[in-house]
Ligand binder design. Sequence first.
Ligand SMILES: Cc1ncc(C[n+]2csc(CCOP(=O)(O)OP(=O)(O)O)c2C)c(N)n1
Ligand code: SF4
Length: 251
Amino acid sequence: MAVVFEKPKALTDATLHYCPGCTHGIIHRLVAEVLDELGVQGKTVGIASVGCSVMSYDYFDVDMVQAAHGRAPAVATGVKRANPENIVFTYQGDGDLAAIGTAETVHSAARGENITIIFVNNAIYGMTGGQMAPTTLPGQVTQTSPYGRDTNTVGFPLKVCELLSNVDGATYLERVAVNNVKNVKAAKKAIKKAFTYQTEGKGFTLIEVLSTCPTNWGLTPPNALKWLEENMIPYYPLGVYKDKYAEEETK
Ligand SMILES: Cc1ncc(C[n+]2csc(CCOP(=O)(O)OP(=O)(O)O)c2C)c(N)n1
Ligand code: SF4
């Protein structure tokens, strides 16, 4: 019988622990498909961060290192500089990357490190029970903002792609989402481009993926997808925020 669908080789057989409707699993699959397609599984090193996706070290069938909270881009820098032939990526949530890890992220971009960051933005701290994150939307209810995020007291969300687009060292920044088939396909394309740029030595690439956390948003899986579309995408517009090589591609 012809095989029409199979698990990417760059994923192990471990059963994912993610909650029903959580889109971390989709993003794992997209990264693994890209590693398969580029034929780089054997020389890839992934950096797991802190958060629900810490377990990614069990799910990606590549060498994995686990970094302390927020330090994944620093660890990735060390791995890549020591072994430039490796393909190195980090997989980080918004609590990890945009709070305690802001400095590592901005400076690895400024240095133009030839690494790829997969930034999973679900607007909340998932693993620790749903506290407000730097990316929590204005008015969004979380465990630590029970009346909704009040921008007068706790300020505004960080828009990571917009922020990094002003950093000269960054090569390619795109924001995607995984809430429907069309967006999943676009997300795969962006992730593939980021890894391809890395294989070509083109420098720092970051793909921000808008993702769901039905458990801590208090929504059913279908309603979480709807919430992402109606609330996150308007605040965090999808698209390419920087691509130093875009002109070259269209030539
Ligand atoms: C230095 C340090 N401070 C706090 C924690 C607790 N902690 C574990 S996961 C996490 C938040 C992770 O949230 P996010 O990065 O958004 O990932 P998600 O779980 O939502 O995928 C925090 C604060 C920690 N592990 N280390
Ligand atoms: S808590 Fe949220 S981010 Fe973590 S696995 Fe569950 S749905 Fe996903």
